[in-house]
Write a protein that binds this ligand. Structure first.
Ligand code: ADP
Length: 419
């Protein structure tokens, strides 16, 4: 293992893993801090997915340091703390406190903080974070229910989260390239700065920043700043030339579980219904036997054809279910049922599974007892095929609701047929 990463949420971990695999670095995502004997295989990068973004500070620090300890025990040479490209945090943390705790644990005294992800419109200029054309505090992030971002100046934001010095390597320096960035980092460090925000407005900036970070024990930021890291290891002779990730070759029945109500997922369902049998889970008709009924329906289908089970509904129907059942309760009912259905499908021989929806994916992974994922090739931007490590052997595609083209489900399973 070369790079050991810690992500503060599940889809953030997948995003980072996918970025590294895209640069030809074999990567595995593990769910929570693994047992001592968990084997990540041949992965050059391992990303531990935590759920600490909005956890109490002490808990976020404890879990992050536990993840670091595990990664160190497996020989990782450089460490990465991945947080959201919109710097999701509060004055209490958790970005500053976790950065500080990881530095302390590593005996290091300097790191960079670079949330920029220009491909998704997140750019940092003079220390101000933009979301598309808007400053962070003028974007939708100002109304986030858990981490409202009301200040776009990350020097101020991060200074409120750490007692140590915060500095900036600005665009003029970043534009001048790797040596200039490295020299600026050295000067800030000599001035007692512990956290250096780094401007970036393009992927070329991120690659230069990654190059300049070659000797840092800890790098922190969004997934974008990882773009340049695989080449550092190659230049050092530690990593093979870019390796194309292999598709999972696991054979078995195929199924799609969709709990996302996003437009993209609803369009994907409509497209798949032209080809495969489907079963609708209506939260307003839920009973204790809902999962069993869905599984009995699956038993009646031809095992050669994928089955699609979905709760996804139009906004009106979702609002009705939420009004009657309560928003959280409706979500929890569907997630519990999806978990039970996934476990039941697995017992019936399903080995190729696509799940649509971030929370739905979390519920399914937990119900299946999966502890790790080897990251395979990308199906559509941001969504790779993965192969399970720990738990039942399966090919698994976990899709955030809004991702993927209308033919996503069909295309994804066709890729496995060609494997
Ligand atoms: P996305 O990635 O699109 O946000 P998620 O799975 O994260 O999808 O979130 C969708 C949430 O909506 C889940 O909690 C799910 O259980 C819930 N849900 C799914 N279908 C319905 C429905 N018909 N009515 C109400 N809530 C639903």
């Amino acid at each position: 293992m070369l790079l050991g990463a810690i992500a503060d949420d599940f889809t953030g971990a997948t995003d980072l893993a996918n970025t590294l695999v895209g640069q030809g670095m074999p990567a595995v995502q593990v769910i929570g801090v693994p047992d001592k004997d968990f084997d990540p295989g041949e992965a050059a990068a391992v990303i531990v997915a935590l759920k600490t973004r909005t956890a109490p500070v002490g808990e976020a620090v404890r879990q992050s340091v536990a993840a670091l300890d595990w990664l160190r025990s497996r020989g990782a040479q450089q460490f990465f703390f991945k947080y959201c490209s919109t710097f999701d945090s509060t004055d209490a943390g958790n970005i500053g406190p976790v950065n500080d705790a990881l530095l302390d644990a590593l005996g290091a005294d300097f790191t960079i903080a670079c949330p920029a992800f220009p491909a998704n419109g997140r750019t940092l200029y003079k220390g101000y974070l933009y979301v598309g054309d808007e400053l962070l505090n003028e974007s939708g992030m100002k109304d986030h229910p858990l981490t409202p971002m009301t200040d776009a100046n990350l020097l101020r934001v991060l200074s409120r989260q750490t007692p140590f010095g915060v500095g900036l390597i600005d665009m003029n320096t970043v534009g001048a390239g790797v040596d200039a960035i490295r020299a600026a980092a050295g000067a800030l460090k000599a001035d007692g700065v512990r956290h250096a925000l780094v401007d970036a407005i393009s992927d070329a900036d991120l690659v230069a920043i990654g190059g300049a970070a070659q000797d840092l024990e800890l790098i922190t930021g969004g997934s974008g700043v990882a773009l340049g890291l695989p080449d550092n290891f190659r230049r050092a002779g530690l990593l093979d030339p870019a390796i194309a990730p292999a598709l999972p070759t696991i054979q078995g029945r195929a199924a799609v579980l969709a709990g996302s109500c996003s437009r993209a997922t609803r369009d994907q369902i409509a497209r798949a219904q032209d080809h495969w049998p489907s079963y609708y889970l209506d939260p307003l008709a839920f009973t204790d036997n809902t999962a069993e009924h869905a599984l009995a329906w699956a038993d009646d289908q031809n095992t050669d054809t994928p089955v699609l089970i979905y709760s996804s509904a139009e906004p009106d129907a979702v609002a009705k279910a939420q009004a009657k059942l309560g928003t959280d309760n409706a979500g929890a009912l569907v997630e519990t049922a999806m978990g039970a259905i996934a476990a039941g499908l697995c017992r019936r021989g399903v080995r190729q599974l696509i799940v649509a929806g971030g929370e739905t994916s979390g519920a399914v992974v937990q119900a299946l007892g999966i502890t790790g994922l080897r990251i395979g090739p990308e199906i559509d931007p941001g969504v790779p095929w993965t192969e399970t490590l720990g738990g039942p052997a399966m090919a698994l595609a976990l899709k955030s609701g809004n991702f993927g083209a209308p033919d996503f489900f069909i295309k994804a399973l066709a890729m496995l047929d060609d494997a």
